[in-house]
Design a protein around this ligand. Structure first.
Ligand code: RTP
Ligand code: MG
Length: 140
């Protein structure tokens, strides 16, 4: 089933010059990028985006990190793309991530793990709408 997901190249990935690497992996996998822009989130925007993690011990650190510099936000489209993107990303902790995944190859830290990807259709819908309106998504 064709679906959409939100991908973010996090501030560590942008600062380290990994935009091209990440985009190349999506393109090589046949995943279509149907929206893309750079954002430098405020702390409040990062808190809203990660509101599901509000009670987690890492929430303060995560939202500080996510608002620390520019990020690239993208809408990806394709068959089963939510799960396929998560597969390309690898496990949250790069030490547990499979070989050849983005996090295994590039992440340096459990928090600074280069990419975000929506984890379910409901979160994808919320996360896409958090950054994009319908006119910013091509072929919609
Ligand atoms: P994401 O939401 O960013 O795609 O990552 P995920 O689903 O693999 O992981 P999640 O559990 O949703 O956690 C969101 C982000 O919080 C940071 N984190 N830090 N210090 C820690 O123990 C810890 N755990 C998670 C990571 O940046 C993680 O991607
Ligand atoms: Mg998550």
């Amino acid at each position: 089933m064709t679906e959409r997901t939100l991908s973010i190249i996090k501030p560590d990935g942008v600062a380290r010059g990994l935009i091209g690497e990440v985009v190349k992996r999506f393109e090589s996998a046949g995943i279509r990028i149907v929206a893309m822009k750079m954002v430098h989130m405020t702390r409040t925007q990062a808190e809203g985006f990660y509101a599901v993690h509000r009670e987690r011990p890492f929430f303060d650190s995560l939202t500080t990190f996510m608002s620390s510099g520019p990020a690239v936000v993208m809408v990806l489209e394709g068959d089963n793309v939510i799960a396929r993107n998560r597969e390309l990303m690898g496990a949250t902790n790069f030490k547990d991530a499979a070989e050849g995944t983005i996090r295994r190859d590039f992440a340096t830290d459990i928090e600074k793990n280069v990419v975000h990807g929506s984890d379910a259709p409901e979160t994808a819908a919320f996360e896409i709408a958090y950054f994009f309106n319908q006119f910013e998504i091509v072929g919609g």
